[in-house]
Design a protein around this ligand. Structure first.
Ligand code: SPV
Ligand code: MG
Length: 433
């Protein structure tokens, strides 16, 4: 029996895939290579279904002998292993970003006289469009929540941007940049205490209470599908933090980050300019373990934020705390710094990588903004949070507009920097029609 190989990544099997499989089945015994999350994450959003779920579906399709993981976009490893007589693929990859992969498939198959068979691409139907349509109807809390852990294991770094209302949520959801054949986008949202408070005209002092934060979080989740990390300030009293954990889990939030400070809340970026008191290692570790005990889902993450560098207590203190917080059950560590130089954080990262490499490390490069994602990946960082940039860019733009109207006694000049009216009234399409 001839051996045939077909690679698939889709959540939804449509007629296009069935055409390919039909062709493959006619040629021999079919093995499906299911692209893993990490292979898919190199060029698009993760599918809604996990690899295990997709493999189960693929292996139950008519004529398919088995499904195996394909860990890279490149077919070579699986082809060398299986040495199939044929690879079957749609003819859409002759041009565009996949054409290089195609060339490699042809070259690899030629080593044992294997052949690439191409099936005319089915126009008018696309798995990505179907996925986008399903996503436009929303996502279940469980599906969204588990996405952060899936991203952490699939991507070299998870890229998160600040949100403080539904509109900023939509920006994170929909902003895509095509660059050198890559499709760049944000993986998820940071519901920041600073920008949530600022957008309400209040200081970042926990004056915006948990109920208000939860209501904003819910509004953002209503119009988005990407995972959310919530800034939990210091978590409040441990007994209250347990309730917050469960509330966030019910909503489908993926993680909460709590900081090891006590007393009147001050924003960390004040550094040592204001009085800020760090919690004791014991008390904060207890808070983490109480939160972990309260947690009901398996995927939710409690990430401990260490303020030692902010408060001038140095790396030794920070590492000691990391160890204790991880032992208390923290699913990740955030190291914060208000230094203008990335060195302080990168030094911490180097020691952290040696000691706790399996536990995801989070950074917030607001002050040391020159650091690149590439450098952070090399340093072992798994989550980068751009914590306040949407509000910081929106506020000057809005102030300029207000000043322009005052200056000119009319709104004509201000209009030049504004979105056209037709565009703003159709910016948010009506749903549920
Ligand atoms: C926030 O965004 O609210 C944060 C990060 O906690 S920072 O403002 O840098 O403290
Ligand atoms: Mg905050």
């Amino acid at each position: 029996m001839k051996q045939v190989y077909v690679a698939l990544s889709a959540d939804f099997i449509h007629v296009g895939h069935l055409n390919i499989l039909d062709k493959a089945r006619g040629l021999g015994e079919v093995t499906v290579g299911a692209l893993t999350d990490s292979a898919i994450a190199t060029y698009k959003r993760l599918p809604l279904l996990t690899l295990e779920q997709r493999m189960l579906i693929y292996s139950n399709l008519k004529g398919v002998k088995s499904a195996i993981p394909q860990t890279t976009l490149d077919y070579t490893e699986n082809l060398e292993k299986l040495r199939p007589d044929y690879v079957v693929h749609g003819d859409d990859w002759k041009s565009g970003p996949q054409s290089e992969i195609r060339q490699k498939v042809i070259a690899t198959l030629s080593k044992w006289d294997g052949q690439l068979i191409e099936v005319p691409y089915s126009t008018g139907i696309s798995a990505s469009q179907l996925s986008a349509q399903i996503r436009s109807h929303g996502v279940t809390p469980q599906n969204r929540q588990s996405m952060l852990r899936r991203l952490l294991s699939a991507k070299p770094i998870v890229r998160i941007l600040e949100v403080h209302n539904g509109l900023t949520g939509l920006i994170v959801e929909n902003t895509i940049l095509e660059k050198n054949g890559d499709r760049l986008e944000f993986d998820g949202m940071w519901e920041s205490s600073l920008t949530d408070s600022t957008s309400k005209g209040k200081p970042d002092t926990s004056a915006v209470d948990v109920s208000s934060r939860v209501s904003t979080i819910d509004q953002i989740l209503e119009v988005t599908t990407k995972p959310m990390i919530v800034d939990g300030d210091n978590g409040g009293l441990p007994e209250h933090f347990c309730f917050t954990v469960r509330t966030l889990e019910r909503l489908g939030v993926s993680a909460v980050i709590i900081e090891d400070k006590v007393g009147a809340k001050k924003n960390s970026l004040f550094g040592t300019d204001v009085d800020q008191t760090q919690d004791s290692i014991e008390e904060f570790s207890d808070k983490i373990s109480m939160g972990k005990k309260a947690q009901v889902t398996k995927d939710f993450m409690i990430i401990a934020r260490i303020e030692s560098l902010i408060l001038g207590k140095g790396q030794r203190d920070a590492i000691k705390r990391a160890e204790s917080y991880i032992n208390a059950g923290a699913d990740g560590i955030m190291i914060h710094s208000s230094s203008k130089d990335p060195k302080e954080v990168l030094d911490f990262c180097a020691e952290y990588k040696e000691k706790f490499s399996g536990v995801p490390l989070v950074v917030v490069p607001s002050t040391y903004a020159q650091v690149t994602e590439k450098e952070l990946i090399e340093a072992g960082v798994k989550i980068v949070i751009y914590a306040n940039h949407l509000i910081r860019s929106a506020f000057p733009a809005m102030t300029k507009t207000a000043e322009s109207i005052l200056e000119h006694g009319r709104c004509l000049e201000a209009g030049a920097a504004c979105m056209p009216i037709k565009q703003i009234i159709t910016l948010i399409p009506e749903t549920f029609q």
